[in-house]
Design a binder for this molecule. Sequence first.
Ligand code: G6P
Length: 609
Amino acid sequence: MCGIVGYTGTREATPVLVEGLHRLEYRGYDSAGVAVLRRGKVGVTKTAGRVRDLRDRLAESPPNPATVGIAHTRWATHGEPSDRNAHPHLDTEGRIAVVHNGIIENAEQLRARLTARGVELVSETDTEALAHMIAAELAAADSLEDAVRAALRHVEGTYGLVVLDRTRPDELVVARNGSPIVLGVGDGEMFVASDVAALVHHTQRVVFLDDGELATVHPGGYRTSTLEARRTSKEPTTVELAADDYELGGHSDFMRKEMAEQPEAVARALRGRLDDRFATAHLGGLGLDPMALRAVRRVKFLGCGSAYYAGQMGATLVEELARIPADAEPASEFRYRDPVVDPDTLYVAISQSGETLDTLAAVQELRRKGGRVIGAVNVVGSAIARECGSGVFLHAGPEVSVASTKALTNMTVSFAMLALLLGRVRDLSAAAGLRVVTGLRALPERIEEVLADDERVREVAKRYAHARHMFFLGRVRGWPVAREGAQKLKEISYVHAEAYQAAELKHGPLALIDADMPSVVLVPDDDLLAKNIGTIEQIKARGGPVIAVTNAELPAGLADEVLRVPRGEPELDPILLTVPLQLLAYHIAAELGRDIDKPRNLAKSVTVE
Ligand code: G6P
């Protein structure tokens, strides 16, 4: 969602800011803008549309050698996407410029209060109110930071924000509450961003602000404090991300690159965590000793979108390997149903970005009620990782494409290790444990084999790309895979896809089967093979085309198309079965000419409700 970039140093700020915005494009946005300060004048350029439109607009005006500035990509919440509503926003005199992520919940009251004071608001946004409020506080404040602090006292809601003051030529003030903000420490220059992706080209030394924290930033450094004006001390940490993690590196798009990276991403997630001697897994970040692991009587996975489906795969793994009840629930629902929080349940909050507001709110609700919650998060230092305090990092590397592929795979791989660990402190035998360890270790190679079948999947995709609807069907292990497959197709191709438990088909949806309704059926070679073959026969008898995704030998001519995956340990089948569905969605979207990495209406990390 919205992206923030700030710069103060000796370089020309505009190109640094615009390049930073480019790197945040993947998050999803609908307008963009930049404000730079030179000789006491704030120059603002903004536009509805893409960062390249902003770049074009900037090219129309004379170059501005300013060395300090702020920039933003906006995802509309208050008011339509338009030039007027795009950030940065200014106060009436054009002294203060603000960029802001998050949602000010009492924006209506704040705006009304300003209007009553005679302030003329020029946009429909919540952010503009902040600019006027900060400007009003300046008279009584000792510093810009104090003015920002004073203004924020009236604010309810979430924010990551950066403020520029016309009278302070090289200073930025930054604040965070619920929306990530990170400082990048350079040599005689400082960067600010909502996501390290915008910084790693310049510096890998970063400072993550906490909620309720502010920072004043100038080319020589930074100082941090709380909303209550208490000084905090923050040392920079080094992020292990290389700039080229965010480059296409010869791939046509990020989804393709990230699918291809899955074997190495899985190998990274497994590294140092598998134990042959005791046939178990080591997940040091969980912070749970064997006694605590034994005390877990139930596991609940919480996540949104693909993370939720990965959680469902995790729940199946935990039930199979550890024989304790487990389920998954959309994190977006959790806090609203006044959940019964059980002290014997281990809650697992799943998130690639670690920023998804619904998932963060579920974690906060759990913690408030004394629940034990761990994170399964990809982005180190992210809000959910920090709120949980313990958990398992996914080590998938940066994921840029909106559609999650390698992160999702690493979620499921991590849950297989968690299930193995929970199983081995209970009744899972060493032999069974070793079978899972061996299966996990073989995964990178097996995923490689699935990816090598790309051309075959492309042919199938071409044949079905113009279907208007598709079913995805699976039983037990195959059911969350079917849901994830349908989600991928919807997200990036805009083809209507619905997932059903295969056995539910005959209870209603079978009425929809005809020659124009293809079904993708997940057929792992497990105890339910005969049942799944029966499902395919039911569909074929009604003239429905079938694409079977399988590691079993199916009767010749049963399905119209067969996408094969290698045989592995049956509990791990969902991991392998997911991969051809990524490829299928990818090739259908490509055939339909979709913008694969940036599907319409979607954002990579959803930091608003
Ligand atoms: C958005 C994305 C989904 C993603 C979900 C959860 O809705 O479009 O692809 O699965 O967020 O994201 P997270 O970062 O929490 O895993």
